[in-house]
Design a protein around this ligand. Structure first.
Ligand SMILES: [Cu+2]
Length: 234
């Protein structure tokens, strides 16, 4: 894992007074073919926390959607500011659930029927790992961040955090398949000038990551299909 700082930060072009913090993420040492062969660098969350408490901005409530479809949460990774709401519509022809009891803010929106939706509003910052209590293979990440300045990378890994007021910030990063110590190492204090800031390449290694199974919402191993929902297509 390396930071390629070059000589210094370079200044990005100013856009009507709105400072943008931009950059590029790459993922290395991955065993996932979509990363290795196709350079899919999606799912990295980057956010800027104001260093001076007085500079902390008001955070407007936001709502994002995570669809349950084909036994997947889509998208797999989202980010919202504290106070934001996640809608989880069920687009499958069978029942789903969404819960978290692993890290971040715990929640459980219960079982809900096809073509219905449930929501949860997150009051605390943290990385929320979301699962379905029916389908053990389903998972998602909701990054609840204490700032309005954040982004989630798409496949190409380029990112831009718009409308950042000039000032000092702590750059924080989350990626599901990177060890916490590796992510901590990448954190930096940055100064955002009025003209904006282009960061050097951020290289995140998946070295040391090992997929692990998770427990159900009761903290127990998933039971084989009970038959309760058989007939609903699950
Ligand atoms: Cu499910």
């Amino acid at each position: 894992m390396t930071w390629r700082w070059g000589i210094c930060f370079s200044l990005a072009a100013a856009s009507l007074g709105a400072a943008t913090v931009s950059g590029q993420v790459e993922l290395t040492n991955s065993l996932d073919p979509t990363v290795q062969k196709h350079k899919n660098y999606s799912g990295v969350v980057l956010w800027l926390e104001p260093v001076e408490r007085a500079a902390s901005p008001a955070i407007a409530p936001k709502t994002v959607k995570v669809v349950q479809q084909d036994k997947h949460f889509l998208p797999h990774v989202v980010a919202i500011p504290v106070g934001g709401t996640v809608d989880l519509p069920n687009n499958d022809p069978f029942w789903h659930n969404a819960f978290s009891n692993f890290s971040g803010e715990p929640f459980d929106i219960g079982l809900y029927a096809p073509l219905t939706s449930r929501s949860h509003t997150f009051r605390h910052a943290g990385i929320v790992r979301v699962f379905c209590n029916i389908h053990s293979t389903m998972s998602a990440i909701i990054a609840v961040v204490p700032t309005p300045y954040y982004v989630v990378t798409q496949e190409e890994g380029k990112f831009g955090i718009p409308d950042v007021p000039p000032g000092d910030y702590q750059l924080r990063i989350f990626y599901e398949r990177a060890l916490p110590a590796n992510l901590k190492f990448l954190e930096r204090r940055i100064t955002v000038p009025e003209a904006g800031l282009a960061l050097p390449l951020i290289s995140i290694s998946e070295t040391g990551f090992a997929p692990a199974s998770h427990l159900d919402k009761h903290g127990k191993p998933y039971a084989p299909a009970s038959g309760l929902y058989i007939g609903n297509g699950q």
